[in-house]
Design a binder for this molecule. Structure first.
Ligand SMILES: CSC[C@H]1O[C@H](OP(=O)(O)O)[C@H](O)[C@@H]1O
Ligand SMILES: Nc1ncnc2[nH]cnc12
Length: 290
């Protein structure tokens, strides 16, 4: 199968990477079902990357319907070691204004309905998740943003992403509650992805594109899909530039990430006690340890 060391998951408004050359579309099947869409392999400058539209290229999947395990497994099958998630988010802080970019370093889980582990069915593992994004990859993303000096875009290094279930946006009471927790941004997708990427020993970081002030701000209208898409269209080109620069930096200088050995001390079950079917399903993730 074709290979790419760097993967990109594009969220709302980012369904395609315009700059990709020599594009190849691959349909991938996984032991956890099919990904959200075909994966698109292509070259950015000299580097092969794999792109996936998180909600499908026609945006047909709700956050709660996303096949998170299949998406991450498909990236792993392609040999992805670094995964960049580009995502639309609401801002929970005055200083993070629409069109700004945030590279968060923490998450709060408010999802209710997601499967966010590959483990179970006879094999138990508990990954370390105190630092839920790869700080080395996040630094490359943030430095790439800073180096571009994008007009009207302020970079926020670090911050907490609240991952809510959706699909309805938050109530005002919820939005104020998350603000009182000190959270920076809110979205519906990145936490399960970050957990599964860690279990798959893939370094993961988020490029969060602020599209709105959610519904807490007295001087701004409450978030609507129209607002999110309008702002994303305004800075989708910037997001693509950031991804391109990140890929350039990563291919010149790929960091060694703790994520790449996340399972080393995480698996509790002795592997000779794991049922054969489970072992087969988990082969790609476990083969280093079998
Ligand atoms: C279109 S607004 C809500 C939608 O946008 C974000 O998607 P993504 O994270 O894939 O960019 C948010 O998480 C919701 O899924
Ligand atoms: N305010 C918001 N809440 C949840 N997800 C979002 N995605 C973009 N804006 C959002």
């Amino acid at each position: 199968m074709a290979q790419a060391r760097i993967g990109i998951i594009g969220g709302s408004g980012l369904y395609k990477m315009e700059a990709l050359k020599d594009v190849e579309e691959v349909q991938i099947s996984t032991p956890f079902g099919f990904p959200s869409d075909a994966l698109i392999l292509g070259t950015l400058d000299e580097t092969r990357v794999a792109f996936l539209a998180r909600h499908g290229r026609n945006h047909t999947l709700l956050p709660s319907e996303l096949p998170f395990r299949a998406n991450i497994h498909a990236m792993k099958q392609l040999g992805v070691e670094y995964l960049i998630s580009a995502s639309a988010v609401g801002s929970l802080k005055e200083e993070a204004k629409p069109l700004d970019m945030v590279v968060p370093d923490q998450f709060i889980d408010r999802t209710k309905n997601r499967v966010s582990t590959f483990f179970g069915e006879g094999i138990v593992a508990h990954i370390a998740f105190a630092d839920p994004v790869c700080n080395k990859l996040a630094l490359v993303v943030a430095d790439a943003i800073a180096s571009l000096n994008l007009p009207d875009v302020t970079l926020h290094r670090g911050g907490t992403y609240v991952c809510m279930e959706g699909p309805a946006f938050s109530t005002k009471a919820e939005s104020h509650l998350y603000r009182s927790w000190g959270a920076t941004i809110i979205g519906m997708t990145n936490l399960p992805e970050a957990k599964l990427a860690r279990e798959a020993e893939i370094a993961y970081a988020t490029l969060a594109l602020v599209t709105d002030y959610d519904c807490w701000h007295p001087d701004h209208d409450s978030v609507t899909v129209e607002m999110v898409i309008a702002n994303l269209q305004r800075n989708a080109a910037n997001a693509q530039k950031v991804i391109q620069e990140t890929v350039r930096r990563l291919s010149e200088n790929p960091p060694v990430s703790d994520a790449h050995s996340a399972l080393k001390y995480a698996i509790l079950t002795r592997l000779d006690n794991v049922p054969a079917e489970t072992k087969e399903k988990m082969e790609l993730l476990l083969k280093k340890y079998l």
